[in-house]
Design a protein around this ligand. Structure first.
Ligand SMILES: *Cc1c(COP(=O)(O)O)cnc(C)c1O
Length: 321
């Protein structure tokens, strides 16, 4: 069994969204607050890091090294986990270095992470080079892939489905932002293990559902193999809606702006501009198209990301109406 280091405040609460449900004329909306996992301002990566950090410590690592966008929530949570565990942290960020460190980048630096900038195209190569350099320098690096999405990180959301089943809500749908796939792979595995009856629908932030659903099924199946179970997941079981990511990763459109403002104003829930804002925009569109029956229970799984609200270009863009 793979160990877990406790980093997150669990279980995260589930809240009803009665005002928003009424405004939209159903379905019954709920939200699972993984923005409140606590570590370094929270988010979904903390659940993955409970397992990834345990593996790093078991290997005797001294440095966590990973990659993401300049406003990466994943990198911010890795930096906080490293600080909490007394490890060093190196972050390879894809994008131009901004004039001011805001939002997630500010928090990366406050947590003491060493930050390097590169282009998106060179991101993974740069990660490998920095990893090898750190090895040569005796820094005992532990490499965490983009988004923490591997067979170890996926265990975080397998565990989260166990947590959900104990909370007794039994939603008909779980809707959430899917991007590097580890969250969805874990949720699907946890659904198998807990006998979850509802559907798990990822709103894609970046990738078209083909071949993304096959990649997620593949990650899920590798995790199943490592756990020693004898069942498997097909790509048809991986439900992804890719209708809301045409603008590109991290590009704010009127749909995200509307969703972020509506959740804040009707329920006091702060979404983020890149992930949960886009997932909620997709959810609102599906509701307006009558995709859900009015009596169904729909759980939006809040995966965090709120520090990006305080970074350009998002902070001002969200107010442009
Ligand atoms: C990383 C992230 C996601 C996507 O999770 P994946 O496991 O990468 O698919 C969703 N929401 C937020 C806020 C994130 O930071």
């Amino acid at each position: 069994m793979i160990e877990r280091v406790p980093l997150a405040h669990l279980p995260t609460p589930i809240e009803a969204l009665p005002r928003l449900s009424r405004l939209l004329g159903g379905p019954q909306l709920f939200i699972k607050r993984d923005d409140l996992t606590g570590l370094g301002m929270g988010g979904n990566k903390t659940r993955k890091l409970e397992y990834l950090a345990a593996d790093a410590l078991a290997e005797g690592a001294k440095t966590l090294i990973t990659t993401g966008a300049v406003q990466s929530n994943h990198c911010r949570q890795v930096a906080a986990a490293a600080a909490k565990l007394g490890l060093d942290c190196q972050l390879i960020l894809a994008g131009n270095e901004p004039g001011k460190a805001q939002g997630n980048l500010l928090l990366d630096k406050l947590s003491g992470a060493q930050v390097f900038f590169t282009t998106k195209a060179n991101r993974d190569q740069e990660l490998q080079l920095r990893f090898q350099q750190a090895q040569r320098d005796g820094q005992k690096p532990y490499l965490i892939p983009y988004g923490g999405s591997n067979t170890i990180g996926a265990l975080g959301y397998l565990n989260a489905m166990r947590e959900l089943s104990e909370q007794k809500l039994e939603p008909d749908w779980i809707v959430f932002a899917t991007s590097s796939g580890g969250t969805q792979a874990g949720l699907i595995l946890g659904a198998h293990l807990t006998g979850f009856k509802g559907k798990i629908l990822g709103i894609s932030i970046e990738h078209s559902s083909d071949p993304f659903s096959a990649q997620i099924a593949d990650l899920a199946n590798k995790t199943v193999d490592e756990l020693g179970y004898d069942w498997s997941v097909t790509s048809r079981e991986v439900l992804i809606n890719d209708s809301y990511c045409q603008a590109g990763y991290g590009v704010l459109t009127s749909a995200e702006i509307e969703a972020v403002n509506l959740f804040a104003r009707t329920e006091g829930i702060l979404l983020d501009p890149v992930y949960t804002g886009r997932a909620a925009a997709g959810l609102l569109d599906l509701i307006r198209k009558g995709f859900f029956r009015p009596e169904e229970k729909v759980l939006l799984w809040h995966t965090g990301g709120t520090p990006a609200l305080f970074a350009e270009p998002y902070s001002q863009g969200l107010l442009d109406k």
